[in-house]
Design a protein. Sequence first.
Length: 437
Amino acid sequence: MALPWHYHGWYVGPNDEDSTAMKQTLSDRRLRGLTKPRTGAVEIWDQQLRGFGCRASPHGVVSFFVMRCPRGSTKPVRIKVGNFPAMPLAAARQRARTLLTEMQDGVDPRARKAEEIRQAAAEKASTFAAVAETFISRHVASKRTGLDIENRIRRELIPRWGARPITSITRTDVIAMVDEIVDRGHPEAARQTLVYARRLFNWAVPRYDLQHAPTDHLAAKDLVGAKKPRQRVLTDAELALIWRATEGLEAVYYGPFIRLLMLLGVRRSELGRALWSEFDLDGALWTIPAGRMKMDEPIVVPLSAPAIEILRGLFQDRHTKTVPTYALGSFLHYVRAVKYLNRRMTALNGGKLIPHWTLHDLRRTFRTGLSRLQIAPHIAELCIGHRQPGLHRIYDLHKFDAEKRHAFNAWAAHVLRIVAPPEGRVVQLRQQHDGVR
Protein backbone atom coordinates (compact mmCIF):
# COMPACT_ATOMS: atom_id res chain seq x y z
CA MET A 1 0.00 0.00 0.00
CA ALA A 2 1.48 3.34 -1.06
CA LEU A 3 1.93 6.04 1.54
CA PRO A 4 0.76 9.61 0.89
CA TRP A 5 4.40 10.57 0.39
CA HIS A 6 7.45 8.66 -0.78
CA TYR A 7 9.89 7.63 1.87
CA HIS A 8 12.66 6.16 -0.33
CA GLY A 9 15.84 8.21 -0.18
CA TRP A 10 15.84 11.66 1.36
CA TYR A 11 12.66 13.16 2.79
CA VAL A 12 11.72 16.51 4.28
CA GLY A 13 8.79 16.12 6.72
CA PRO A 14 5.78 18.42 6.21
CA ASN A 15 5.95 19.69 9.79
CA ASP A 16 9.66 19.58 10.45
CA GLU A 17 11.78 21.43 7.91
CA ASP A 18 14.97 20.44 9.74
CA SER A 19 14.17 16.73 9.46
CA THR A 20 15.65 14.41 6.82
CA ALA A 21 14.53 10.86 6.04
CA MET A 22 16.39 7.98 4.39
CA LYS A 23 15.94 4.26 3.95
CA GLN A 24 18.54 1.92 5.46
CA THR A 25 18.76 -1.37 7.27
CA LEU A 26 18.72 -0.44 10.94
CA SER A 27 21.43 -1.90 13.17
CA ASP A 28 22.58 -1.38 16.73
CA ARG A 29 25.79 0.22 15.45
CA ARG A 30 23.86 2.67 13.30
CA LEU A 31 21.51 3.50 16.17
CA ARG A 32 24.39 4.17 18.55
CA GLY A 33 25.81 6.59 16.01
CA LEU A 34 22.54 8.50 15.97
CA THR A 35 22.72 9.21 19.70
CA LYS A 36 25.28 11.97 19.10
CA PRO A 37 24.02 15.59 18.88
CA ARG A 38 23.63 17.08 15.40
CA THR A 39 22.35 20.20 13.68
CA GLY A 40 19.02 18.68 12.60
CA ALA A 41 16.72 15.72 13.10
CA VAL A 42 17.19 12.53 11.07
CA GLU A 43 14.64 9.85 10.17
CA ILE A 44 15.60 6.42 8.88
CA TRP A 45 13.12 3.92 7.45
CA ASP A 46 14.05 0.31 7.97
CA GLN A 47 14.65 -1.68 4.77
CA GLN A 48 13.98 -4.92 6.65
CA LEU A 49 10.47 -4.03 7.92
CA ARG A 50 8.24 -1.81 5.78
CA GLY A 51 6.55 0.97 7.79
CA PHE A 52 9.07 0.84 10.63
CA GLY A 53 11.73 3.46 11.31
CA CYS A 54 13.55 5.60 13.81
CA ARG A 55 14.02 9.29 14.43
CA ALA A 56 17.06 10.96 15.96
CA SER A 57 16.53 14.43 17.43
CA PRO A 58 19.20 17.14 17.24
CA HIS A 59 20.01 16.29 20.88
CA GLY A 60 20.65 12.63 20.07
CA VAL A 61 17.39 11.15 21.39
CA VAL A 62 16.57 8.12 19.24
CA SER A 63 12.99 6.84 19.09
CA PHE A 64 11.35 4.06 17.07
CA PHE A 65 8.04 4.51 15.25
CA VAL A 66 5.69 2.80 12.84
CA MET A 67 3.48 4.45 10.21
CA ARG A 68 0.75 2.94 8.11
CA CYS A 69 -2.77 3.53 6.91
CA PRO A 70 -5.13 1.22 8.84
CA ARG A 71 -7.32 -0.87 6.55
CA GLY A 72 -10.37 1.13 5.58
CA SER A 73 -8.65 4.47 6.17
CA THR A 74 -6.84 6.81 3.78
CA LYS A 75 -5.02 8.69 6.57
CA PRO A 76 -1.70 7.27 7.78
CA VAL A 77 -1.24 6.68 11.50
CA ARG A 78 2.15 7.26 13.11
CA ILE A 79 2.79 5.62 16.49
CA LYS A 80 5.84 5.80 18.71
CA VAL A 81 7.18 2.37 19.61
CA GLY A 82 9.88 3.22 22.16
CA ASN A 83 13.25 4.85 22.77
CA PHE A 84 16.70 3.44 22.07
CA PRO A 85 18.63 2.04 23.92
CA ALA A 86 15.99 1.45 26.63
CA MET A 87 14.18 -0.61 23.98
CA PRO A 88 16.63 -2.73 21.96
CA LEU A 89 16.27 -2.88 18.20
CA ALA A 90 15.06 -6.50 18.18
CA ALA A 91 12.30 -5.71 20.71
CA ALA A 92 11.33 -2.60 18.72
CA ARG A 93 11.00 -4.60 15.49
CA GLN A 94 8.85 -7.22 17.24
CA ARG A 95 6.59 -4.56 18.73
CA ALA A 96 6.42 -2.78 15.37
CA ARG A 97 5.32 -5.99 13.59
CA THR A 98 2.46 -6.36 16.10
CA LEU A 99 1.30 -2.77 15.58
CA LEU A 100 1.57 -2.97 11.77
CA THR A 101 -0.39 -6.23 11.77
CA GLU A 102 -3.14 -4.60 13.85
CA MET A 103 -3.36 -1.71 11.40
CA GLN A 104 -3.42 -4.12 8.46
CA ASP A 105 -6.39 -5.79 10.13
CA GLY A 106 -8.16 -2.43 10.45
CA VAL A 107 -7.37 -1.79 14.13
CA ASP A 108 -6.13 1.63 15.18
CA PRO A 109 -3.64 0.91 18.02
CA ARG A 110 -4.28 4.38 19.44
CA ALA A 111 -7.97 3.62 19.87
CA ARG A 112 -7.13 0.22 21.34
CA LYS A 113 -4.70 1.83 23.80
CA ALA A 114 -7.31 4.42 24.80
CA GLU A 115 -9.80 1.62 25.43
CA GLU A 116 -7.26 -0.27 27.53
CA ILE A 117 -6.66 2.86 29.61
CA ARG A 118 -10.39 3.36 30.02
CA GLN A 119 -10.88 -0.24 31.10
CA ALA A 120 -7.96 -0.03 33.53
CA ALA A 121 -9.44 3.14 35.04
CA ALA A 122 -12.83 1.46 35.30
CA GLU A 123 -11.28 -1.57 36.98
CA LYS A 124 -9.39 0.66 39.40
CA ALA A 125 -12.59 2.55 40.22
CA SER A 126 -14.37 -0.74 40.92
CA THR A 127 -11.80 -2.28 43.26
CA PHE A 128 -13.23 -3.03 46.67
CA ALA A 129 -11.11 -0.27 48.23
CA ALA A 130 -12.41 2.35 45.78
CA VAL A 131 -16.01 1.23 46.24
CA ALA A 132 -15.61 1.18 50.02
CA GLU A 133 -14.21 4.72 50.05
CA THR A 134 -17.14 5.94 47.95
CA PHE A 135 -19.57 4.11 50.25
CA ILE A 136 -17.97 5.77 53.28
CA SER A 137 -18.05 9.29 51.83
CA ARG A 138 -21.49 9.15 50.20
CA HIS A 139 -23.48 6.91 52.51
CA VAL A 140 -21.77 6.32 55.84
CA ALA A 141 -20.60 9.81 56.76
CA SER A 142 -24.12 11.07 57.47
CA LYS A 143 -25.11 8.13 59.68
CA ARG A 144 -25.27 8.30 63.46
CA THR A 145 -22.93 5.33 63.74
CA GLY A 146 -20.89 6.43 60.72
CA LEU A 147 -17.57 6.50 62.55
CA ASP A 148 -18.06 2.96 63.88
CA ILE A 149 -18.99 1.68 60.41
CA GLU A 150 -16.02 3.42 58.79
CA ASN A 151 -13.57 2.08 61.38
CA ARG A 152 -14.85 -1.46 60.97
CA ILE A 153 -14.62 -1.29 57.16
CA ARG A 154 -11.09 0.10 57.29
CA ARG A 155 -9.95 -2.39 59.92
CA GLU A 156 -11.49 -5.61 58.60
CA LEU A 157 -12.67 -5.28 54.99
CA ILE A 158 -10.33 -2.99 53.04
CA PRO A 159 -7.08 -4.71 54.20
CA ARG A 160 -8.61 -8.04 53.21
CA TRP A 161 -10.17 -7.25 49.80
CA GLY A 162 -8.97 -3.75 48.93
CA ALA A 163 -7.04 -4.50 45.71
CA ARG A 164 -9.58 -6.96 44.31
CA PRO A 165 -12.39 -6.03 41.91
CA ILE A 166 -15.59 -5.94 43.89
CA THR A 167 -17.13 -8.34 41.38
CA SER A 168 -14.55 -10.99 42.33
CA ILE A 169 -15.58 -11.23 45.98
CA THR A 170 -17.67 -14.32 46.58
CA ARG A 171 -19.87 -15.72 49.30
CA THR A 172 -17.00 -18.05 50.20
CA ASP A 173 -14.78 -15.03 50.83
CA VAL A 174 -17.36 -13.49 53.16
CA ILE A 175 -17.79 -16.74 55.10
CA ALA A 176 -14.01 -17.10 55.45
CA MET A 177 -13.82 -13.53 56.78
CA VAL A 178 -16.51 -14.17 59.41
CA ASP A 179 -14.93 -17.48 60.46
CA GLU A 180 -11.52 -15.85 60.85
CA ILE A 181 -12.84 -13.12 63.15
CA VAL A 182 -14.77 -15.69 65.19
CA ASP A 183 -11.64 -17.84 65.49
CA ARG A 184 -9.80 -14.81 66.89
CA GLY A 185 -12.28 -14.89 69.76
CA HIS A 186 -14.49 -11.97 68.70
CA PRO A 187 -17.90 -13.37 67.67
CA GLU A 188 -19.74 -10.07 68.17
CA ALA A 189 -17.15 -8.25 66.06
CA ALA A 190 -17.70 -10.89 63.36
CA ARG A 191 -21.45 -10.35 63.56
CA GLN A 192 -21.10 -6.57 63.26
CA THR A 193 -18.60 -6.83 60.40
CA LEU A 194 -21.04 -9.00 58.48
CA VAL A 195 -23.79 -6.42 59.04
CA TYR A 196 -21.63 -3.61 57.66
CA ALA A 197 -20.37 -5.73 54.76
CA ARG A 198 -23.98 -6.49 53.82
CA ARG A 199 -24.83 -2.78 53.84
CA LEU A 200 -21.85 -2.00 51.61
CA PHE A 201 -22.57 -4.72 49.05
CA ASN A 202 -26.31 -3.97 48.92
CA TRP A 203 -25.46 -0.31 48.27
CA ALA A 204 -22.99 -1.30 45.54
CA VAL A 205 -25.26 -3.71 43.62
CA PRO A 206 -27.16 -1.07 41.57
CA ARG A 207 -24.24 1.36 41.35
CA TYR A 208 -21.67 -1.10 40.01
CA ASP A 209 -24.02 -3.39 38.09
CA LEU A 210 -23.38 -6.39 40.32
CA GLN A 211 -25.49 -9.45 39.65
CA HIS A 212 -25.95 -10.00 43.36
CA ALA A 213 -24.34 -9.28 46.71
CA PRO A 214 -22.00 -11.97 48.07
CA THR A 215 -23.64 -11.46 51.46
CA ASP A 216 -27.03 -12.61 50.15
CA HIS A 217 -28.50 -15.60 52.00
CA LEU A 218 -25.88 -15.34 54.76
CA ALA A 219 -27.32 -15.02 58.25
CA ALA A 220 -25.21 -14.14 61.27
CA LYS A 221 -27.10 -16.67 63.39
CA ASP A 222 -25.94 -19.45 61.04
CA LEU A 223 -22.31 -18.29 60.86
CA VAL A 224 -21.78 -16.96 64.37
CA GLY A 225 -24.71 -18.31 66.37
CA ALA A 226 -27.76 -16.73 67.93
CA LYS A 227 -27.03 -13.41 69.53
CA LYS A 228 -27.34 -13.47 73.29
CA PRO A 229 -28.48 -10.13 74.69
CA ARG A 230 -26.21 -8.86 77.42
CA GLN A 231 -27.79 -8.77 80.86
CA ARG A 232 -24.84 -7.44 82.82
CA VAL A 233 -25.94 -4.98 85.52
CA LEU A 234 -23.23 -3.57 87.75
CA THR A 235 -23.72 -3.92 91.47
CA ASP A 236 -23.54 -0.95 93.81
CA ALA A 237 -20.15 -2.18 95.00
CA GLU A 238 -18.88 -2.33 91.40
CA LEU A 239 -20.19 1.16 90.66
CA ALA A 240 -18.36 2.47 93.72
CA LEU A 241 -15.19 0.73 92.59
CA ILE A 242 -15.42 2.24 89.10
CA TRP A 243 -16.01 5.69 90.60
CA ARG A 244 -12.96 5.34 92.84
CA ALA A 245 -10.86 4.18 89.87
CA THR A 246 -11.63 7.45 88.05
CA GLU A 247 -10.03 9.54 90.79
CA GLY A 248 -6.56 11.06 90.65
CA LEU A 249 -4.37 12.72 88.08
CA GLU A 250 -3.98 9.54 86.03
CA ALA A 251 -7.72 9.43 85.41
CA VAL A 252 -8.08 12.94 84.01
CA TYR A 253 -8.23 11.58 80.46
CA TYR A 254 -11.29 9.42 81.06
CA GLY A 255 -12.60 10.11 84.57
CA PRO A 256 -15.21 12.80 83.66
CA PHE A 257 -16.38 10.70 80.72
CA ILE A 258 -16.93 7.54 82.78
CA ARG A 259 -18.67 9.41 85.59
CA LEU A 260 -21.01 11.21 83.21
CA LEU A 261 -21.93 7.92 81.54
CA MET A 262 -22.73 6.55 84.97
CA LEU A 263 -24.88 9.56 85.95
CA LEU A 264 -26.69 10.16 82.65
CA GLY A 265 -27.16 6.68 81.15
CA VAL A 266 -26.41 7.85 77.59
CA ARG A 267 -24.58 5.93 74.91
CA ARG A 268 -20.84 6.48 74.70
CA SER A 269 -21.07 7.96 71.17
CA GLU A 270 -23.76 10.43 72.26
CA LEU A 271 -21.47 11.77 74.95
CA GLY A 272 -18.17 11.27 73.14
CA ARG A 273 -19.15 13.64 70.31
CA ALA A 274 -20.84 16.27 72.45
CA LEU A 275 -20.47 19.98 71.59
CA TRP A 276 -20.50 22.79 74.11
CA SER A 277 -23.36 24.41 72.16
CA GLU A 278 -25.61 21.51 73.20
CA PHE A 279 -25.29 22.30 76.92
CA ASP A 280 -27.24 24.86 78.93
CA LEU A 281 -25.55 24.53 82.30
CA ASP A 282 -27.50 27.40 83.82
CA GLY A 283 -30.72 25.71 82.77
CA ALA A 284 -29.34 22.26 83.70
CA LEU A 285 -30.17 20.81 80.26
CA TRP A 286 -28.30 18.95 77.54
CA THR A 287 -30.00 18.69 74.13
CA ILE A 288 -28.59 15.83 72.05
CA PRO A 289 -29.34 16.44 68.34
CA ALA A 290 -31.18 13.88 66.25
CA GLY A 291 -28.06 13.04 64.26
CA ARG A 292 -26.49 11.29 67.24
CA MET A 293 -29.63 9.58 68.50
CA LYS A 294 -30.57 6.06 67.50
CA MET A 295 -34.22 7.04 66.98
CA ASP A 296 -33.25 10.06 64.84
CA GLU A 297 -35.04 12.36 67.24
CA PRO A 298 -33.45 14.95 69.53
CA ILE A 299 -33.59 14.29 73.25
CA VAL A 300 -33.37 16.68 76.19
CA VAL A 301 -31.39 15.29 79.13
CA PRO A 302 -31.91 17.02 82.51
CA LEU A 303 -28.55 17.51 84.19
CA SER A 304 -28.25 16.64 87.85
CA ALA A 305 -26.07 18.73 90.16
CA PRO A 306 -23.15 16.24 90.10
CA ALA A 307 -23.22 16.16 86.27
CA ILE A 308 -23.19 19.97 86.09
CA GLU A 309 -20.28 20.08 88.52
CA ILE A 310 -18.24 17.71 86.35
CA LEU A 311 -18.99 19.77 83.23
CA ARG A 312 -18.20 23.07 84.94
CA GLY A 313 -14.90 21.57 85.98
CA LEU A 314 -14.07 21.30 82.27
CA PHE A 315 -15.63 24.63 81.36
CA GLN A 316 -12.48 26.75 81.22
CA ASP A 317 -11.50 24.88 78.04
CA ARG A 318 -14.53 26.21 76.22
CA HIS A 319 -12.39 27.95 73.57
CA THR A 320 -13.16 24.93 71.36
CA LYS A 321 -16.53 23.86 70.00
CA THR A 322 -16.21 20.32 71.31
CA VAL A 323 -16.22 19.37 74.94
CA PRO A 324 -12.50 18.85 75.82
CA THR A 325 -11.37 15.86 73.81
CA TYR A 326 -9.02 14.57 76.47
CA ALA A 327 -12.12 13.88 78.54
CA LEU A 328 -15.07 13.34 76.24
CA GLY A 329 -14.01 13.38 72.63
CA SER A 330 -12.58 11.39 69.77
CA PHE A 331 -9.12 11.05 71.34
CA LEU A 332 -10.63 8.83 74.02
CA HIS A 333 -10.11 5.19 73.03
CA TYR A 334 -13.05 3.42 74.67
CA VAL A 335 -11.54 -0.06 74.86
CA ARG A 336 -8.20 1.20 76.18
CA ALA A 337 -10.00 3.33 78.75
CA VAL A 338 -11.86 0.28 80.10
CA LYS A 339 -8.66 -1.80 80.14
CA TYR A 340 -6.78 0.86 82.07
CA LEU A 341 -9.75 1.31 84.37
CA ASN A 342 -9.82 -2.42 85.03
CA ARG A 343 -6.17 -2.38 86.08
CA ARG A 344 -6.86 0.39 88.59
CA MET A 345 -10.01 -1.35 89.84
CA THR A 346 -8.11 -4.60 90.35
CA ALA A 347 -5.49 -2.81 92.39
CA LEU A 348 -8.15 -1.09 94.49
CA ASN A 349 -10.00 -4.39 94.90
CA GLY A 350 -7.10 -6.24 96.49
CA GLY A 351 -5.96 -7.82 93.23
CA LYS A 352 -9.36 -9.30 92.38
CA LEU A 353 -10.75 -8.49 88.93
CA ILE A 354 -14.48 -7.89 88.66
CA PRO A 355 -16.44 -9.83 85.99
CA HIS A 356 -16.21 -8.53 82.43
CA TRP A 357 -18.10 -5.31 81.84
CA THR A 358 -18.47 -2.72 79.07
CA LEU A 359 -19.30 0.97 78.93
CA HIS A 360 -22.77 0.11 77.65
CA ASP A 361 -23.38 -1.83 80.87
CA LEU A 362 -23.43 1.55 82.63
CA ARG A 363 -26.46 2.48 80.53
CA ARG A 364 -28.22 -0.78 81.41
CA THR A 365 -27.35 -0.27 85.07
CA PHE A 366 -28.77 3.26 84.91
CA ARG A 367 -32.07 2.00 83.47
CA THR A 368 -32.31 -0.86 85.96
CA GLY A 369 -31.47 1.51 88.77
CA LEU A 370 -34.38 3.78 87.87
CA SER A 371 -36.71 0.81 88.33
CA ARG A 372 -35.09 0.08 91.69
CA LEU A 373 -35.86 3.67 92.66
CA GLN A 374 -39.50 3.08 91.67
CA ILE A 375 -39.44 5.43 88.70
CA ALA A 376 -42.42 4.68 86.45
CA PRO A 377 -41.37 2.47 83.47
CA HIS A 378 -42.51 4.95 80.81
CA ILE A 379 -40.51 7.73 82.51
CA ALA A 380 -37.44 5.49 82.79
CA GLU A 381 -37.67 4.67 79.08
CA LEU A 382 -37.89 8.35 78.19
CA CYS A 383 -34.81 8.99 80.33
CA ILE A 384 -32.71 6.73 78.09
CA GLY A 385 -34.12 8.24 74.90
CA HIS A 386 -36.62 5.53 74.01
CA ARG A 387 -39.96 6.44 72.47
CA GLN A 388 -43.26 5.80 74.17
CA PRO A 389 -44.80 2.52 73.02
CA GLY A 390 -47.71 2.11 70.65
CA LEU A 391 -50.48 4.70 70.57
CA HIS A 392 -48.93 6.63 73.45
CA ARG A 393 -46.43 7.97 70.93
CA ILE A 394 -49.27 9.42 68.86
CA TYR A 395 -51.73 10.67 71.47
CA ASP A 396 -49.62 11.46 74.52
CA LEU A 397 -47.34 14.34 73.49
CA HIS A 398 -46.50 15.42 77.03
CA LYS A 399 -42.72 15.69 77.46
CA PHE A 400 -42.63 14.63 81.15
CA ASP A 401 -39.75 17.06 81.72
CA ALA A 402 -40.37 17.41 85.48
CA GLU A 403 -40.70 13.65 85.91
CA LYS A 404 -37.49 13.03 83.98
CA ARG A 405 -35.60 15.60 86.05
CA HIS A 406 -36.78 13.91 89.24
CA ALA A 407 -35.54 10.56 87.91
CA PHE A 408 -32.06 11.88 87.02
CA ASN A 409 -31.73 13.63 90.38
CA ALA A 410 -32.85 10.50 92.25
CA TRP A 411 -30.28 8.38 90.40
CA ALA A 412 -27.48 10.89 91.01
CA ALA A 413 -28.32 10.93 94.72
CA HIS A 414 -28.21 7.13 94.76
CA VAL A 415 -24.80 7.09 93.04
CA LEU A 416 -23.38 9.61 95.51
CA ARG A 417 -24.63 7.53 98.42
CA ILE A 418 -22.89 4.38 97.23
CA VAL A 419 -19.62 6.04 96.30
CA ALA A 420 -19.20 7.85 99.63
CA PRO A 421 -15.97 6.83 101.42
CA PRO A 422 -16.13 4.90 104.72
CA GLU A 423 -16.04 8.03 106.85
CA GLY A 424 -19.28 9.15 105.23
CA ARG A 425 -18.04 12.04 103.16
CA VAL A 426 -19.13 12.33 99.52
CA VAL A 427 -16.30 11.81 97.08
CA GLN A 428 -15.29 15.16 95.59
CA LEU A 429 -16.12 15.40 91.90
CA ARG A 430 -13.57 18.02 90.98
CA GLN A 431 -9.98 17.00 90.40
CA GLN A 432 -7.08 19.43 90.00
CA HIS A 433 -4.77 18.78 87.05
CA ASP A 434 -2.59 21.47 85.53
CA GLY A 435 -5.30 24.08 85.92
CA VAL A 436 -8.10 21.82 84.69
CA ARG A 437 -10.86 21.38 87.25
